[in-house]
Design a protein around this ligand. Sequence first.
Ligand SMILES: *Cc1c(COP(=O)(O)O)cnc(C)c1O
Length: 343
Amino acid sequence: MRHQFASDTWAPMCPAAIRALIEASTRGHVEPYGDDPWTHQAAVMVRELFEKPDLELFFVPTGTASNALALASMCQSYHSVICHQHAHIETDECGAPEFFSNGTKLLTVAGENGKLTPPAVERMVLRRQDIHYPRPKVVSLTQATEVGTVYRLDEIAAIAAVAKRHGLHVHLDGARFANAIAHLGCSPAAATWQVGVDVLCFGGTKNGLGIGELVVFFNAAMAHEFAWRVKQAGHLPAKLRYVAAPWVALLTDGLWLENARHANRMAIELAAGFRQLGLPLRYAVEANEVFVDLKPELASAIQARGWHFYNFIADGGWRFVCSWDTTQADVAALLVDVRACLG
Ligand SMILES: *Cc1c(COP(=O)(O)O)cnc(C)c1O
């Protein structure tokens, strides 16, 4: 199926990731549970990528697991996590962060363009400090955001400064971190620990892998006993090489960034096409997602031509997501059908 802009989760694995899976099979027997050459190599590469030799990293199968376990590791059950009202951890993880932390509460905040702001975070921290209210312990940002925008470095630094002032940790849900870096054009270090991020959930699935995300602790002390947490949750695959080897492929020669740049470029092309057709965009297109206003009849007409896309995110607007394998022909074909439906 090519006719789809529903999500980057619909896309297949990229060829390099598939080759890595095969290569990991042809080397016969290796030690299980992460003591294999690919897991070790991935660790070396991630430390190099983030210019931080002492960071700690862990593989988990899904983004939900990475967020939930990372947040649980920072919180007691009586703590709370401040996040945007449209944050994936709030709207799309079936209560996993609360479950794995034994009851940590999510405190949601509204904010334009899918972003938290320093004053909004501070207001939430200061709203209640008494014994009867769950104590804020983490600020969670999504980068790129749920509406396809990207926090600038100074925006993250300012939120992190508020967080640190009040003793909160900073968590980055980076399911589309690669797309954010492709947009920012800065180093991964500059966008994370150098602006105060403590823990990053680094997404691979939406960037061309089949399965597997990374939890990266920039402060190694915060990773204390995290391996046990992962294992207890049932998120430590015995044949971890099959998660790690495709990551090695993705991190080789900047493929992760190339995949993301391509997806972002396709989104920009699509957005330009919508604009030309007079269809208003909801948000700045800074990653691989385009949100556009469509009348319900128009959306149905386009869907009737076989295209897949949704409007379940945030407060409306139809979402079109590009992926590593979206082609210019895909974008052009969609725009031809949209134009035809406009009449
Ligand atoms: C896709 C996504 C995740 C992870 O989702 P899984 O389906 O659990 O892999 C997490 N956060 C954001 C913002 C996402 O878009």
